[in-house]
Design a protein around this ligand. Structure first.
Ligand SMILES: NC(=O)c1ccc[n+]([C@@H]2O[C@H](COP(=O)([O-])OP(=O)(O)OC[C@H]3O[C@@H](n4cnc5c(N)ncnc54)[C@H](OP(=O)(O)O)[C@@H]3O)[C@@H](O)[C@H]2O)c1
Length: 311
């Protein structure tokens, strides 16, 4: 009986779904366009609000601090390099932030995460935006690694480093009806070789925060950001560029990316892909994944495919 039901659903559902899509998609697009315009008009003013940014000592996180500072937000900046954080704090104050604190911490350590959330809330008395941005990338073909646990820090920083902070921030964000901004990556759906654990961590982030969005309802807004190739230390270092061919992919400055992220968070968007043309790669993944696999393999072109073969 169950088999017949499944067979019937398999036969009837596809044409029904196509019909529904044909009728519902145009009004859905109009609805999305109008709601985007309304959100742009009624966007959040973050002046005086409290924003905590992890990974604020360089790259996108550093420029997020400057963009929030220009809008008058008070900032709590978190990363491991205290000297760099202090430089970012000074510039943020110059750009218009009324108050900035730096909290040196390692996001992969749960106790550190509790400490930086407590410290920010004790100092400012509230928390409005939590920006989970800190991440690392470790390069290597999966089969080349001797101890697979070498990749554990990638997951501990990129996934758990967001989950821990979020856990301790939620009660405060509920009080302020605040927001969580998650910096994931297009790598969450693009199977880029040599960074399999980075890709997996980013995909996990998207799934995790999509689930939290359903659990939180409208109490806490969640903006999931999926940047493409952005000009930062992470992808411009000698190690990355000698292993992965990214020269043929157009990149964007960290400043432009940060501006787009803060604007999107203030509008209360659910998702942001920056630059926006990367959204086409998601369509490619759904419609012809084989082609996306081939494009991703191009990043190996002229680079070492396996250290075992070359050593
Ligand atoms: N650049 C790109 O093309 C690109 C593309 C898609 C997504 N992203 C994402 O954008 C975010 C920012 O990366 P980025 O490109 O700006 O790279 P980045 O310049 O290397 O910045 C990474 C930041 O994370 C911090 N960090 C790393 N591990 C940490 C830890 N355990 N505890 C606390 N802070 C830690 C680093 O500071 P310390 O070393 O001082 O701790 C640094 O401030 C990441 O989530 C990355 O995955 C980047």
């Amino acid at each position: 009986m169950k088999l017949i039901i499944h067979k019937l659903i398999s036969i009837l559902l596809p044409p029904l779904a196509i019909l529904l899509l044909l009728f519902l998609f145009p009004p859905y697009l109009i609805f999305k366009y109008i709601s985007h315009k309304i959100r742009s008009f009624c966007r959040e003013d973050v002046a005086g609000k409290v924003v905590l940014i992890t990974g604020a000592s360089s790259g996108i996180g550093e420029h997020l601090a400057y963009e929030y500072a220009r809008r008058g937000a008070r900032l709590a900046l978190v990363a491991r390099r205290e000297d760099r954080l202090c430089e970012v704090a000074d510039k943020s104050l110059e750009l218009g932030s009324p108050d900035v604190i730096v909290i040196p911490a390692d996001v992969s350590n749960m106790e550190h995460c509790k400490r930086f959330i407590d410290k920010a809330v004790n100092y400012f008395g509230r928390l409005d935006h939590l920006v989970n941005n800190a991440a690392i990338v470790k390069l290597g073909m999966f089969e080349d690694v001797t101890h697979v646990s070498e990749f554990a820090p990638t997951m501990n920083t990129n996934f758990w480093g967001s989950a821990y902070g979020t856990h301790f921030a939620v009660p405060h964000l509920r009080k302020s009806k605040g927001k969580i901004i998650v910096i994931a990556s297009v790598a969450g759906w693009m199977p880029l070789p040599k960074i399999s654990f980075y890709n997996a961590g980013k995909a996990a982030l998207v799934s995790f925060y999509e689930t939290l969005r359903v659990e939180f309802g409208s109490d806490i807004g969640i903006t999931i950001v999926t940047p493409g190739l952005i000009e930062t230390d992470m992808v411009q270092g000698e190690e990355f560029t000698s292993e992965i061919q990214v020269g043929f992919i157009p990149s964007e400055s960290a400043e432009a990316c940060a501006k787009a992220i803060v604007a999107s968070a203030c509008r209360g968007d659910r998702y942001l892909t920056e630059p926006s043309w990367y959204r086409l790669t998601l369509l490619l993944k759904i419609l012809c994944p084989e082609l996306l696999d081939s494009i991703c393999r191009l990043t190996l072109f002229g680079r070492r495919r396996s250290s075992k073969k070359t050593s």
